[in-house]
Design a protein around this ligand. Structure first.
Ligand code: NAD
Ligand code: UFG
Length: 335
């Protein structure tokens, strides 16, 4: 089957492309390289032995999408990763976020409709959940995003729900990712943000290689087991596999609209991450406690039960695996 991955050269898309190919499917990628590099295509080929057909185009450019579909009229499903994802930037430049993250989806739906392509998997996020005292988060918990980026995810979910309810034979799976970290075992693919990273694991990796001096831990006064923030970190290859499970479901049945958390169900604190990283990679990461980061919450972790029950999704990688592979990638790709 032909699977179109928008944003397929990015962090999650590239690892998923590997799994799409390894599961016997053909991957087609559209990416405008706004947050990725063309070399990733070579790396996907090196790992899988197959080079995905690649379109260096913008999903917001509907004529480019029409051309892509005209050349590949038999695409079975679209996995829509393309989008901007920096929370801070979305607060400063909300229109950039609304335009890219919403128009890309609208264009895809329009062109998919004209080619009778009826399967859509969307990269949603744990950020769509309203702040909750109750953990783990289940798919039917109240929603409510607190920044423009999060709202683009929430609005996309609503658009897809409305579209699906108007087209009952159209299948949508909304995958709400928790915190993906780690890298492909080859060390060829991984997370490679430009500039100083915002997210924990890329920051830790740069401290470990000496590119940054120390980690600032944002708050040690949360009501958590050690006072630092707790999140549900999921290995990128486990997350990638969740997409294969969603695709499999779509080949077997008319799924309608389904929503699944992709997380492990276990919350780890910032100190758990730093200590595990130092244990498996050598004592490389120094840290200091600083004040809380505005907008952060104490705890956030998934209930993965629904994905397990309905998709057969099960994570297999440990926190040690996540810390080891993240650092391996960073060492191999140090700029
Ligand atoms: P990423 O930035 O590494 O990948 C996104 C890719 O999309 C990049 O290669 C970028 O060049 C491309 N892109 C962006 N806009 C485009 C457009 N208009 N046309 C074509 N290509 C475009 O991000 P990622 O971490 O791989 O995230 C993938 C998706 O998952 C995003 O939608 C993100 O919001 C969502 N998500 C990510 C996380 C996370 O922690 N990484 C968590 C929850 C949800
Ligand atoms: N943290 C630090 N120091 C840092 C970076 C992070 O202490 O330098 C802490 C944060 O305070 C938080 C934890 O590490 O407690 C994780 O922070 P990240 O920035 O790595 O991840 P978040 O959970 O804040 O957010 C991420 C994505 C969001 C997405 C969310 C849920 O950045 O876009 O996961 O999927 F919405």
């Amino acid at each position: 089957m032909k699977i179109l991955l928008t944003g397929g050269l990015g962090y999650i898309g590239s690892h998923t492309a590997v799994e799409v190919i390894n599961s016997g499917n053909e991957a087609i990628i559209i990416d405008n390289l706004s947050n990725s590099k063309i070399e990733v295509l070579d790396k996907i080929e090196k790992i899988t032995g197959r080079r995905p057909k690649f379109y260096q185009d913008d999903v917001c450019d509907i004529s480019a999408l029409k051309k892509l579909f005209a050349e590949n009229p038999d695409i079975f499903a679209v996995i829509h990763f393309a989008g901007f994802k920096a929370v801070g930037e979305s607060c400063k430049e909300p229109l950039k976020y609304y335009k890219n993250n919403l128009l890309s989806t609208l264009n895809l739906l329009e062109v998919m409709e004209s080619y009778q392509c009826k399967n859509f998997i969307f990269s949603s996020s744990a950020t769509v959940y309203a702040v909750s005292e109750i953990m783990p988060l289940e798919e039917d918990f109240p929603l409510g995003a607190s920044n423009p980026y999060g709202r683009t995810k929430l609005f996309n979910e609503e658009i897809l729900k409305d579209y699906q309810s108007a087209h009952p034979d159209f299948n949508v799976i909304l995958l709400r990712y928790f915190n993906p970290i780690g890298a492909h075992e080859s060390g060829l693919l991984g997370e490679d943000p430009n500039g100083i990273p915002n997210n924990l694991m890329p920051y830790i990796c740069k401290v470990a290689t000496g590119e940054l001096d120390h980690l600032n831990i944002f708050g040690n006064d949360y009501k958590t087991k050690d006072g630092t923030g707790v999140r549900d970190y999921i290995h990128i290859m486990d997350l990638a596999n969740g997409h294969i499970k969603a695709l499999e479901k779509m080949t077997k049945e008319n799924v309608g609209l389904k929503i699944y958390n992709l997380g492990t169900g276990t919350g780890y604190s910032v100190l758990d991450i730093v200590n595990t990283f130092n244990k498996v990679n050598g004592n490389l990461v120094k840290y200091e406690f600083t004040s809380r980061r505005p907008g952060d919450i104490a705890e956030c972790y998934a209930s993965p039960s629904k994905a397990e029950k309905e998709l057969g999704f099960k994570t297999t990688k440990s926190l040690e695996d996540m810390c080891k592979s993240s650092y391996q990638y960073q060492k191999q790709n140090k700029k």
